[in-house]
Design a protein around this ligand. Structure first.
Ligand SMILES: NC(=O)c1ccc[n+]([C@@H]2O[C@H](COP(=O)([O-])OP(=O)(O)OC[C@H]3O[C@@H](n4cnc5c(N)ncnc54)[C@H](O)[C@@H]3O)[C@@H](O)[C@H]2O)c1
Length: 329
């Protein structure tokens, strides 16, 4: 049995808590949140201990693994403390909001970063796995263009986005991770634009709510990613890999297959909820993969270096958008 502590009980912490609690390999021993009202409710739900002090989780010798689900700027300090006490760490993306700090973390602790898994849940989604296998099999030939649309349905409150490092490090990071595992070549440049169409709160906070980035490789294959914090049609995430031998597509998953046809045309149900609903199974598979790797001693399927690569690419896209010029990688 793997004893688990979870730090941070906000949007994503609640998803992981549910998956840990129902996993037979794990025991959710303690839940921690700096805001007791949030953490205590969740601890009560899973009948487990609560603390408002992360150090208590980290110093607890009975805990084998820690899930870090706090805002980006706290990830590295918490990881360093947990690794120093010999724990395994599941850390939500991004590794940090600051690239230099993340680089220092990975190089300074090269001996034990293998104990870290980073949260890129889409890698555990069935459709995305099929796409990746198809590309890796060579059946599609060589990739020429990748097009990714990623749009959130709405913005409930800017507060939850404060401290995420901005749209490129927060939202586009998942798309960047997908793109970089699909292309076998590294990206050598990026040009990006950011805009504020959805809510002036983004501009006030020096962030964008809408972003586009095109990355390219040495052989001129491109990946273009479109992000928006607003999609009236619902949560939309599609990916198209256009290659010399065909095109592979993952579409937004509809909530149901219901549709009505009338004189005005066809009306179909919108895509499934938000990312929690769309990727429910993927989050659970991600949690299982982390625990199974601890149990078996196998390397984690997503490494700290994967997190660092995605952060470096997101950081370059952010710089390109702010400078208004392309950035070499
Ligand atoms: N993989 C995904 O799909 C996904 C989805 C959402 C968020 N995230 C990532 O997860 C992280 C958290 O995001 P969120 O949306 O859940 O944030 P959130 O604001 O909803 O929750 C964060 C929680 O952490 C607590 N907290 C903050 N600092 C703390 C500290 N030092 N010690 C203990 N508790 C602390 C806060 O009180 C809050 O309850 C971010 O890095 C974000 O990018 C990933």
């Amino acid at each position: 049995m793997i004893n688990v502590g979870l730090i941070g009980t906000g949007r994503i912490g609640q998803v992981h808590a549910a998956n840990i609690a129902r996993n037979r390999q794990a025991y959710l021993r303690v839940i921690c949140d700096a805001r007791p009202e949030a953490g205590k409710t969740l601890a009560c739900k899973y009948d487990t201990a609560f603390t408002a002090a992360p150090q208590e989780v980290i110093q607890d010798k009975s805990i084998d693994a820690v899930f870090i689900c706090t805002p980006a700027h706290s990830h590295i300090d918490l990881m360093e403390a947990a690794l120093a006490t010999g724990k395994y760490v599941f850390c939500e993306k991004p590794l940090d909001e600051n690239l230099e700090k993340a680089q220092r973390f990975v190089t300074t602790h090269s001996d034990f970063v293998a104990r870290v898994m980073v949260g890129f849940h889409r890698r555990f989604d069935d459709s995305h796995q099929k796409l990746r296998k198809k590309v890796e099999s060579g059946a599609l030939g060589s990739i020429e263009q990748i097009i990714i649309n990623s749009r959130d349905p709405r913005l409930d409150s800017y507060e939850i986005l404060r401290g995420t490092g901005g749209i490129f490090r927060d939202m586009m990071m998942h798309d960047i991770d997908q793109a970089s595992i699909l292309t076998r070549e590294s990206f050598v440049g990026v040009v990006a634009r950011g805009a504020c169409f959805v809510d002036p709160v983004f501009a006030k906070n020096g962030d964008f709510d809408t972003a586009t980035a095109t990355f390219w490789t040495q052989s001129d294959a491109t990946c273009t990613i479109f992000n928006s914090r607003r999609s009236l049609f619902g949560f939309e995430q599609t990916i198209e890999v256009f290659a010399s031998g065909g095109t592979a597509v993952v579409r937004a998953t509809p909530a149901t297959s219901f549709s009505i046809r009338d004189e005005a045309g066809e009306h179909i149900d919108g895509p499934k909820g938000h990312f929690f609903e769309r990727y429910r199974d993927a989050y659970n598979a991600e949690c299982c993969a982390f625990l199974e790797a601890i149990e078996s001693g196998a390397p984690f399927p997503v490494s700290a270096n994967d997190g660092l690569r995605a952060l470096a690419l997101a950081d370059a896209a952010d710089r390109s958008a702010r400078l208004g010029q392309w950035v070499a990688l």
